[in-house]
Design a protein around this ligand. Structure first.
Ligand code: ZN
Length: 241
């Protein structure tokens, strides 16, 4: 799907509570991602935030979303379990999900992956990150260089407590010595899930054109697939006369 209906969900607390972070993301992280995707030709983008009724994710919004982006950090515990259950169900039914950065610890992500947490090692040291694209034939790698260098990011390191990805498209190196699986793909039910590591709130990562290109590729890849509904239960022999 070239122009999926995207909803960018953001917790939207750091940008409200901290002036320095607001100066990095004056329109919020959701606003930056929306603008960057629009710059890459996507035209059907909505945003939703934690403090809106139903976190901005009513049944109507979810039903009309092809791909949901998810950024959260300090308020994972405030996300209502009924909304988490709805997102879970929509993904199983085919909605794509792009989980960003600290979303590794979100209820939505761990519920879908079946993990207790998405624990990892981390450090805020403004280190350089080099994201290596290790599967150049993957649709999310379309138009991307061999690696993407981000001058300053939060460091994440293995082990990252996730089930082995169905496809591992990117690995990050950090100047402090860690490595990290930073571009991971899974399928759950009919839905596709992509986890993308970069995007700490203090750095303008989501405003850079190359990251916009990558996130757009992820949205296209995660878009619902139109395929047959399977028949379950007791059935007659197809060869019966
Ligand atoms: Zn962070």
């Amino acid at each position: 799907m070239d122009n999926p209906r995207i909803t960018v969900w953001n917790e939207y607390r750091h940008e409200v509570l901290d002036k320095e972070i607001a100066s990095v993301y004056p329109k919020g992280i959701h606003g930056a991602i929306k603008g960057n995707l629009e710059a890459h030709g996507f035209t059907k983008i909505r945003t939703a935030t934690l403090d809106e009724p139903q976190h901005g994710l009513s049944g109507e919004i979810l039903e009309s979303t092809d791909v949901l982006f998810w950024w959260g950090h300090m308020a994972h515990h405030e996300v209502d379990d009924t909304i988490v259950a709805k997102v879970h169900e929509r993904v199983l039914d085919g909605m794509g999900l792009v989980v960003l950065h600290s979303g590794h610890d979100s209820k939505v992500f761990s519920r879908l992956l079946g993990t207790k947490t998405g624990r990892l090692r981390w450090r805020e040291a403004q280190e350089k990150e080099r994201v290596w694209i290790i599967e150049p034939g993957h649709p999310i790698a379309d138009g991307l260089p061999e690696y993407i260098e981000i001058p300053h990011e939060e460091t994440y390191g293995e082990r990252f407590e996730i089930p082995a990805p169905d496809e591992l498209v990117m690995i990050s190196w950090f100047e402090g010595g860690e490595v990290f699986r930073s571009g991971c793909c899974w399928t759950r039910g009919r839905g596709r899930i992509f986890y993308f590591r970069p995007g700490h709130e203090s750095f303008p990562t989501y405003s850079t054109p190359i990251i916009g290109k990558l996130l757009g590729n992820a949205a296209k890849w995660a878009s619902p697939i139109q395929s047959a509904q399977h028949v379950f239960g007791m059935v007659s022999s197809m060869e019966a006369k």
